[in-house]
Design a binder for this molecule. Structure first.
Ligand SMILES: NC(=O)c1ccc[n+]([C@@H]2O[C@H](COP(=O)([O-])OP(=O)(O)OC[C@H]3O[C@@H](n4cnc5c(N)ncnc54)[C@H](O)[C@@H]3O)[C@@H](O)[C@H]2O)c1
Ligand SMILES: [Zn+2]
Ligand SMILES: [Zn+2]
Length: 366
């Protein structure tokens, strides 16, 4: 079949994207699903900074690519035993084979064949169903239809509005998972969150959910600080005020600090904001050339920990339905992250908005 979607042929075109138009809306041939795969009619797909990082070249990927990785839709054809037409699914941006070393250990976010396929721009099977164009993280959600591995799909409550459902695929799974799975924050422990985009605000919602206290939210955009306070942050601080303010607000340093910006410099600030014995969780994805440094002895003599968190250290089939249920119960108000819905032809302008910090999650709606 022919699908209409947003294809990136060259990374690093100059902003503003409204002028350089890195995303071309093209018609692409999509082959039918192979064994273990699904044809999904995409209903909604969120715009994540990781998409922007492919566009601006700070997260290099094989070109050309039909991008988008935070998507929800309806199965229209299934070659997998556990799925049938009519199922509503959220796509996870790492397919998990279920049998490799990390999968066997219960860490599907680190699936080895999944990582190989994502790097190669193929589906988990190692094949491409898009003709002459690569898949993005096994999803390629900025198109009206996608073929995905069943190992990328999680069935959800079909009555969820699609623009809300999509958010669970990346922002919510990543941000809430960083708190609940990676850090395993307990009630009464303090948390500082650096960066209040879709991922950072999801981490904030996760911190509120588990009863972290106090919670310090840090950003450079005043409207994001205001929203953080509405969502339950105890303090909201402008990054320009410095790390000392975060340390003061947490009586000498946070038990947990989360970096959700994608900057090694901010990661150093997050580390410096933790207390002795504290844990720094790194979620943002800086350009591969960026390194960060800490005084090595502080890891030992102050028993500090730095933990990476990919896909929120999640088990998508376990966590997404749980987070949807918590949203339904009013405990995880992820709808507050939705800034706007956009159409395919608006994507370049919408990525300008994301880069400028004027939006949180914009969702492409079909
Ligand atoms: N680990 C994962 O699995 C995973 C998944 C999704 C996204 N990411 C990464 O997480 C990061 C955040 O993604 P997002 O979609 O929320 O992005 P976003 O652009 O919506 O949010 C980033 C936020 O950081 C703020 N910021 C910029 N400079 C800052 C500074 N110096 N101090 C404090 N805040 C600052 C911005 O104002 C913005 O609010 C990106 O690097 C993205 O690639 C990682
Ligand atoms: Zn993402
Ligand atoms: Zn695996």
């Amino acid at each position: 079949m022919i699908v209409r979607g947003a294809v990136l042929r060259e990374m690093g075109l100059p902003a503003p994207y409204a002028a350089s138009r890195p995303l071309r809306i093209e018609e692409v041939e999509l082959a039918p699903p192979g064994p273990g795969e699904l044809l999904v009619r995409i209903r909604a797909a969120g715009l994540c900074h990781s998409d922007l990082s492919v566009i601006d070249g700070s997260r290099p990927r094989v070109m050309p690519m039909l991008i988008g990785h935070e998507a929800a839709g309806e199965v229209v054809a299934s070659e997998a035993a556990d799925f049938a037409p009519g199922d509503v699914v959220v796509c996870a941006f790492v397919p998990s084979c279920g049998t490799c070393g990390p999968c066997a250990e219960g860490r599907p976010a680190l699936c080895e064949p999944g990582a190989t396929a994502n790097t190669a721009g193929t589906l988990l099977s190692g094949t491409r169903r898009l003709t002459d164009v690569h898949h993005h993280l096994g999803v390629s959600g900025f198109a009206d239809h996608a073929v995905i591995s069943a190992h990328s799909a999680v069935k959800i409550d079909p009555s969820l509005p699609p623009e809300i459902a999509a958010l669970f695929g990346c922002a919510v799974m990543t941000g809430v998972g960083a708190v609940v799975n990676t850090a395993q924050v307990r009630a009464g422990r303090s948390a500082a969150i650096f960066g209040l985009g879709g991922v950072g605000l999801s981490a904030l919602l996760g911190a509120v959910l588990v009863g972290a206290h106090p919670i310090v939210a840090v950003d450079v955009v005043p409207s994001k600080l205001e929203l953080a306070l509405e969502l339950g942050a105890t303090y909201a601080l402008d990054a320009a005020d410095g790390v000392d303010q975060v340390r003061a607000a947490t009586s000498g340093g946070a038990d947990y600090a989360f970096e959700t910006v994608g900057s090694a410099k901010v990661l150093e600030q997050a580390y410096a904001a933790t207390r002795r014995g504290g844990t720094t969780v790194t979620v943002g994805l800086p350009h591969p050339s960026q390194a960060f440094s800490v005084p090595a002895v502080s890891l030992v003599a102050e028993e500090r920990t730095v933990k990476g968190s990919y896909l929120g250290s999640s088990i998508p089939s376990r966590d997404i339905p749980r987070y949807v249920a918590l949203y339904r119960a009013g405990r995880l108000p992820v709808d507050r992250l939705l800034t706007a819905t956009v159409g395919l032809d608006d994507l370049n302008e919408a990525f300008d908005d994301l880069a400028a910090g004027t939006s949180i999650r914009q969702v492409l709606l079909f």
